[in-house]
Design a protein around this ligand. Structure first.
Ligand code: AMP
Length: 614
């Protein structure tokens, strides 16, 4: 069903590791929506200061002075277990605290309003999504509900589900989740409709290297039908991006500091935070200059730090990562059964594709082919997501109506069979939506129950893969082994959500599991609680804003009054007014915790004393 004219349009959100971006279809085109500061991307950063919560630029700007309570990188944590080696690795570098929660869930600990508070990565992401929702709402002038959120193509089910949960907690109705490179390809298709007519088919590689994730997708677009995007294969690394390059630079500087001053600055979180910030800036400069310097006064124990950083050094310390990107791309081409000369376009997405070495290696791989750089790498994903959002909410524009997305499953799916081996039901890079079944037999005489353990991954041993969920089917009639057949159906919908059903052939008895990530995803009750918490935080934020505004108004009032009495002649009245102004100023200093009503009452009192004279 289409939307009525009164409904707010559905939005597209690129929830990035370092930056997020929101877009909407308006007046026959896509608009990237700027935030209140006028920036078209917003840092995916949340900070807790004494009495308030900051999201986006406000949070990032104070990160170096409040490192332990400034949370970034939630996307590197979302949908992962605490014991995950990547989490353990990252934990060492994060200035904020991450602890093990129940069922191996990582929890972020911050100090907020004098108390320790724990958050799941989903909750932090939901705060960023909530801010993107607000940015869109102030632009369209209505409450926004429906959204398409993008995820890395190589995200597994728990990571997708947790991202969806974050959207729900933020008060969004997530109408679909699409893969980031696919969204970028949609943006490309919309921007380059004419060139596409030159060929019957167009094979494009989307190379998406962002702040924390690396994704490759190979798609085929079909001539005539503007909107048919058929994904052939995806590959990537959900833990490789600009932040890893920053980390290498930080490591290098830490070593240099140690060599020069014989001091280890790693326990000094504030110094590490400042260094990380300076390295990221230097990295960006090195994309246009070949040499830069990192200068930080009083970095550690009063020592000033100054160091030259060349582009060659940057490339040298990160070459391992760049090589990994190229190898992944080659493997993806092989999965798509596509030869390099068959590729018509290589599209660059993600801020880290600005790195000259990355561009140079890619160009070399494709025989010096010109790379497609016309899409804004920071905005292309939100752009494509907004097109999809418009389509799914019934936009009648031909470009939306014609859009057909044929995606693939990024990782193989299957179940555990005898000897803990992994039996694949749906191989990776299978087009979705899709339904497939496989027959299995009982392995013991008179077996009455079968446990179905659903895994995702590429390893032969089931336990080396990711357990998505388990369920069992019981009440099997007694029979010798290998006699009873159990049919296992795997069904994936267009959003990539998997349902596994097991059926005993002889009795028709069925049991099913919807892999909304049963064991890892949040329960309905938990989500409801978090939605409520999120609303409470929002309410608190609003209250805080009101309080700040009330104090500001009181201070403005004092300022105005002071100006006005300056021109008054001496009188008893003037003395009273001066005293009232002085008392109010003192009152402000000692009543930081006053309520809005109290502050307003003070203002009214001040006005009542002073106003009579004017
Ligand atoms: P994204 O997730 O696509 O917003 O990408 C953000 C990442 O791109 C961050 O790690 C940035 O440091 C990185 N980035 C942005 N601009 C540049 C640049 N000019 N050179 C190198 N990296 C950049």
């Amino acid at each position: 069903m289409g939307k009525t004219g009164d409904d707010a349009p559905a939005i597209g959100i690129d929830l990035g590791t370092t930056y997020s971006c929101v877009a909407v279809w308006k007046n026959d085109r896509i608009e990237i929506i700027p935030n209140a500061q006028g920036y078209r991307t917003t840092p995916s950063c949340v900070a807790f200061v004494d009495a308030a919560r900051l999201i986006g630029d406000g949070a990032k700007n104070q990160a170096t002075i409040n490192p332990a309570n400034t949370i970034f990188d939630a996307k590197r944590l979302i949908g992962r277990r605490f014991s995950d080696s990547k989490v353990q690795e990252d934990k060492k570098l994060w200035p904020f605290k991450v602890i093990e929660g129940p069922s191996d869930t990582p929890k972020i600990v911050v100090s907020y309003k004098g108390k320790a508070k724990e958050f799941l990565a989903e909750e932090i992401s939901s705060m960023v999504l909530g801010r993107m929702k607000e940015i869109a709402e102030s632009y369209v002038g209505k409450p926004v509900k429906d959204a398409v959120i993008t995820v890395p193509a190589y995200f597994n089910d728990p990571q997708r589900q947790a991202t969806k949960d974050a959207g729900t907690i933020a008060g969004l109705n997530v109408i679909s989740m699409i893969n980031e490179p696919t969204a970028a390809a949609i943006a490309y298709g919309l921007e380059e409709p004419f060139k596409m007519k030159e060929k019957k088919k167009k094979n494009v590689v989307v190379f998406d290297l962002g702040g924390g994730t690396f994704d490759v997708s190979i798609l085929t677009m079909v001539e005539g039908e503007f909107g048919t995007f058929e994904v052939k294969a995806v590959a990537g690394d959900t833990h490789l991006g600009g932040e890893d390059f920053d980390n290498r630079m930080v490591d290098h500087c830490v070593k240099e500091f140690k060599r020069k001053w014989k001091k280890d600055l790693t326990p000094n979180k504030k110094a590490l935070g400042r260094l990380r910030c300076a390295c990221e800036k230097a990295k960006r400069i090195l994309s246009s200059d070949t040499l830069t310097s990192i200068e930080l006064d009083c970095l550690h124990e009063g020592i000033d730090f100054s160091m030259k950083f060349s582009r060659a050094k940057f490339e040298d310390i990160n070459m391992e990562y760049f090589d990994r990107c190229i190898k992944t791309l080659e493997a993806c081409l092989s999965d798509a059964k596509m030869k390099k000369p068959e590729v018509n376009e290589v599209i660059l997405v993600g801020g880290s594709t600005r790195i000259p070495k990355v561009q140079c290696m890619l160009q070399k791989l494709f025989y010096q082919k010109e790379l497609y750089k016309s899409l804004n790498p920071d905005e292309a994903v939100a752009y494509g997501a907004a097109v999809m959002a418009a389509k799914l909410s019934g936009n009648s524009d031909k470009r939306c109506r014609d859009l057909v997305l044929l995606d693939v499953t990024p990782l193989s799916l299957g179940i555990e069979v005898r000897g803990k081996s992994f039996s694949i039901v749906i191989p990776r890079n299978t087009p979705i939506p899709m339904k497939k079944s496989k027959n299995y037999f009982t392995s013991r005489d008179n077996q009455t129950c079968i446990d179905i353990m659903v895994y995702q991954g590429e390893r032969a041993k089931s336990t080396d893969n990711h357990l998505l969920g388990k369920f069992s089917i019981s009440g099997i009639p007694p029979a010798p082994k290998r006699v009873v057949t159990c049919i296992v159906y795997f069904e994936i919908d267009a959003s990539g959500i998997l349902t596994v059903t097991a059926e005993i052939l002889s009795t028709g008895k069925m049991n099913k599991l919807m892999i909304t990530n049963e064991n890892r995803s949040l329960s309905k009750e938990k989500i409801e609680k978090m939605v409520k918490d999120a609303e409470d935080y929002k309410h608190e934020d609003q209250e805080y804003k009101k309080k700040v505004e009330a104090f500001n108004a009181l201070e403005d009032c004092i300022y105005d009054m002071k100006n006005k009495i300056m021109n008054m002649g001496y009188s008893e009245r003037l003395k009273i007014m001066e005293r009232t102004i002085a008392d109010t100023t003192k009152w402000i200093e000692h009543h930081e915790d006053a309520s809005v009503d109290e502050v307003q009452a003070m203002k009214e009192y001040l006005e009542s004393i002073c106003m009579q004279e004017f």
